[in-house]
Design a protein around this ligand. Structure first.
Ligand code: GMT
Length: 378
């Protein structure tokens, strides 16, 4: 197949999933064209089957905002016309599915005989959150969903929320996030421990884009409580709007020497391989790719029972799930894991097994079958 993938290039789960999906599809012989503002952060390798089209929004003094969605639509239409794309896979309804819809109209207008691509849209969560914050966006998201040929969501939770909020005309198929366990596996590096100035203490890790939904303040509170009970260091990986406040709070609490803010790092496997547990106290998380990647590296997670986590984290087996904001509960469960070595080891092994159920190859086959169904209309 010839597949276009439209996605965000930034540090985040949807861009990671789109890039990994495209790479895996290319590895299976499909031709893949990426459309984004910059190269997706996980794209990395070269492949004869991968093409990347940078979408540059036009800046003009009269307009306050550059026209990214229109530039994206034009680029998709151009590539789809010349390369005869079979499918365009939009990661997010807005703006990516909308731009692809517009591209389709451009093609139809340009040439009545032009073979038009099928539009697959994957919902990752923020479409829903955006509408939660601004109900004026509801109709535009609904339009993008209804005009797609097929819609997938990354969890049962997100499918149900989408059905509740938009009553879409089409059935939404769940295809969960995935992880390549030949890349994400535990490979401890004692030298890295030394480079980071770590001793033999326990290590807690968090990886995200530090958006308010990640509840970074809750992590600081849980970690502060842990420092009073055990020898432990916190690794924060990523960057974003909540980082400065967290750094300030860490200093105020006098635990700055126990916390490392490492910033955005692409190579996260070495860091996950040092970690004993991951903290993900998000208010809501449509799936939680960072947690799955941690599990693949044998890291149990303390997360919330909100959103998609309960679909792949079994409490007591792969970590624990607590209600959002339950600092005491999260602290107790973290202590339970960090102070009971056999329990931690058993959970770590169970996490590795669980992650294998979300192996990239298995889920990419699901997307492949999904695209084929859209093309053949079955
Ligand atoms: O979590 C983020 O802030 C990034 C966001 C994104 O758009 O990249 O992640 C969303 O998509 C991921 C991939 O499907 C999911 O694993 C994340 O749970 C989801 N984030 C939220 O729902 C907050």
């Amino acid at each position: 197949m010839k597949i276009g993938i439209s996605c965000h290039h930034t540090y985040g789960g949807s861009g990671a999933i789109a890039a990994e999906l495209g790479k895996a599809l290319a590895g299976r012989g499909h031709i893949v064209h990426f459309f984004s503002q910059a190269a997706p952060f996980r794209l990395g390798t070269f492949s004869k089957n991968i093409f990347y089209h940078e979408v540059e929004a036009m800046h003009y003094p009269l307009f306050e905002c550059p026209f990214y969605s229109l530039a994206l639509a034009s680029k998709i239409a151009e590539v789809a016309f010349y390369e005869k794309l079979d499918v365009v896979h939009a990661h997010y309804a807005i703006p990516h599915a909308l731009s692809a819809m517009l591209a389709r109209q451009m093609l139809e207008d340009k040439c009545a005989e032009a073979r038009c691509f099928r539009l697959a849209t994957t919902l990752h969560g923020t479409d829903i959150t955006v509408v939660g914050a601004d109900s004026g966006m509801q109709d535009v998201v609904r339009l993008a969903i209804n005009k797609s040929d097929g819609v997938t969501a990354v969890s049962g939770y997100l499918r149900d929320e989408t059905n509740r909020m938009f009553s879409p005309k089409k059935e939404i198929t769940v295809i969960p996030n995935f992880v390549d366990t030949s890349v994400f596996f535990r490979s401890p590096d004692q030298d890295l421990r030394g480079h980071l100035g770590l001793g033999n203490e326990k290590i807690v890790i968090h990886i995200s884009n530090f958006r308010p939904v990640k509840c970074i303040g809750d992590i600081v509170r849980v970690f502060h409580a842990l420092t009073a009970r055990i020898d432990v260091t916190m690794l924060f990986v990523g960057d974003g709007p909540e980082r400065s406040a967290a750094e300030l709070r860490v200093r105020e609490l006098g635990i700055a020497d126990r916390v490392r803010f490492l910033g955005k790092i692409d190579e996260i496997v070495p860091l996950l391989s040092l970690a004993d547990i991951m903290l993900m106290p998000s208010n809501v998380e449509s799936f939680g790719l960072a947690a799955l990647e941690a599990m693949a590296c044998g890291v149990p997670v303390i997360a919330t029972d909100a959103g998609g986590f309960p679909e792949f984290v079994v409490p007591g087996l792969h970590g624990y799930l607590l209600p959002p904001g339950d600092i005491e509960g999260m602290t107790e469960k973290a202590l339970l894991l960090l102070s009971d070595e056999p329990h931690l080891k058993a959970c770590s092994e169970a996490c590795i097994l669980q992650a294998k159920r979300y192996e990239t190859a298995l889920l990419v086959e699901r997307y492949e079958a999904y695209y084929s169904g859209l093309i053949t209309g079955t």
